[in-house]
Design a protein around this ligand. Sequence first.
Ligand code: BES
Ligand code: MN
Ligand code: ZN
Length: 504
Amino acid sequence: MDFSIKSFDAKNGLAQLKTGCVAVGVYEDKKLSAAATELDKKGAITAAVKTGDISGKPGSSLLLRDVAGVTAQRVLLVGLGKEDSAGHKEFTGAASALARAFASLGSNEAAIALPFERLRERDAAWAIKAAVLAVREQAYRFDQMKSKPDNSTSGARKITVAVHSEDANMAKAALAEAVALANGMDLTRDLGNLPPNVCTPTYLANTAKKLARQFKLDVEVLDRKQLEALKMGSFLSVTNGSAEPPKFIILKHMGGKAKDAPTVLVGKGITFDTGGISLKPGSAMDEMKYDMCGAASVLGTFRTIAEMKLKLNVIGVIPTCENMPSGTATRPGDIVTSMSGQTIEILNTDAEGRLILCDALTYVERFKPAAVVDIATLTGACITALGHHNSGLFTRHDDAHDALANALLKAGKLSGDNAWRMPIEDVYQEQLKSNFADMANIGGPPAGSITAACFLERYTKKYTWAHLDIAGTAWKSGAAKGATGRPVPLLTSFLIERAQTAAM
Ligand code: BES
Ligand code: MN
Ligand code: ZN
């Protein structure tokens, strides 16, 4: 898929654009956007709107052919809702309707001429990004494991974004950002969708090395011996039942000033979670190949910020292994010593994500981070609490952490990749009490996503930290089963904002 910006002015109008299809906006109340008015030379668009062939509601669309006075072979009308209230939600709906229409278009080329600059509370750069992302989202396929890839050639592959001449530079920057984000999300989705016999810890480590080579990042991969030397007894206990060697990946994108403290992302990389000896039930267990989506979102975010050449120091850390049952697997009742020195009674081997993350969270202290965000498909309880709309966001509750939480929430809103804040409080910490070790690895059925966050909190005292539980948002089940690429949009928006603040 290939995107470009084309600028228009009074002399060089949209009506003369040679393309298979040009998409323009129409509003409810039978109003036309400026671009639609420009193409309405002989009243064909007005007629379509007047007769009710298109309602103008967000998500509605209508394809017209051979519109008189228009060079493009087709005009796609897309509804944007009411003119004075069209904002984030309406535009996103319109963009996905447009993307669907483009995907089945009988033409290789198409143009988007929506009123990017006329949205409520969102600027034109945001709108251009949203349109490009919707088209890329619609174009995503995962067919690399099929013996005959689906080579269907229909749909628009060469897309022009039409803007006013004075907006061309802004549009070019927005387009580059959107393409970088889509590339990162595609990587995250591919890694999630790959089967667990292909996407092993070694595969994730090799992906990190490939990214590092391609974008000149620093990468380091620690193996079992080095993890033993670091005394990561908690992480290593999860790998005991698996024949796949564990890996610990460190990726560095040092785009900021040398002296600036880094922002650290830590991603859970369980490439398959059987539950271990506390074996999961069989139904839908295949979806536990997605238990590395935290790791995949870190790699995807690095793909994005590296392509964008973001001016910020960012370090990604990924503990990755399998959670398998076997004669050498960790037992319920085993007590392990984490890198921090704190001991953990493993009462359920299926609460393994926190066991690999806690050692990674101790490891990152050495970077003296400005902030640490971990991303993990951590608890089924988070799905019960928030469903599939919001990721769970957890931090301590003081000024520094409120600021970090608010920055993440804001990034989620802007990117449409939302999170919802949950509490961390001492009353929940009590549920982690163990009779025999410093803590248990589970806190019982009530508030399962909160007690998981409380467990992690005990390993993050030395820096400002947030935890994103993406169990409900990283992939979809059912007929549309597949990775979503979330929360790469949230993380990218968050890091862009931090880079802008760092530059001031
Ligand atoms: N990876 C799972 C969490 C999960 C389950 C994510 C289903 C998405 C869908 C995690 O390792 C796990 O098994 N958590 C347990 C914790 C429990 C044993 C305290 C859970 O959620 O059941
Ligand atoms: Mn588990
Ligand atoms: Zn898990």
